[in-house]
Design a binder for this molecule. Structure first.
Ligand code: 5GP
Length: 112
């Protein structure tokens, strides 16, 4: 299924609090933040989950990581956690690849 809520955000069919965007990705505040800063970085291209990405997505995956880093620098975040939930049992609820950027509070390990 390619038509997730995130496709609607990419296509500006529903609003989102966008913090960064470029030709390959878009980043916006999570609607249900789990930390004082909770941003989602998503590719414009639909990839349902990380394990569905291909060798040809190598540059795009690198771009997502570098974009996450760019955003954290822009927001002066030094300590933060990046999370990718891959599959329902790992906690994925929206099947459009996304990186969570979480910051602003201490995080425990292992994650729940
Ligand atoms: P997942 O559980 O798939 O790793 O993460 C999906 C995230 O998307 C959740 O943290 C959830 O709060 C967020 N989310 C779901 N629907 C929306 C929405 O319509 N707008 C925004 N900004 N975030 C959403």
């Amino acid at each position: 299924m390619t038509d997730t809520i995130f496709s609607k955000i990419i296509n500006k069919e529903i609003p989102a609090d966008i913090v960064y965007e470029d030709e390959k990705c878009i980043a916006f505040n999570d609607i249900s933040p789990q930390a004082p800063t909770h941003i989602l970085v998503i590719p414009r291209k639909h990839i349902s989950k990380l394990s569905e990405s291909q060798e040809t997505d190598k540059d795009l995956l690198g771009h997502l990581m570098l974009s996450a880093t760019h955003i954290t620098k822009k927001l002066n975040l030094n300590d933060y956690r990046l999370v990718i939930n891959n599959g329902a049992d790992a906690g994925q609820t929206v099947f459009h690849l996304h990186i969570h950027i979480l910051a602003g509070r201490p995080f425990g390990w292992p994650p729940g």
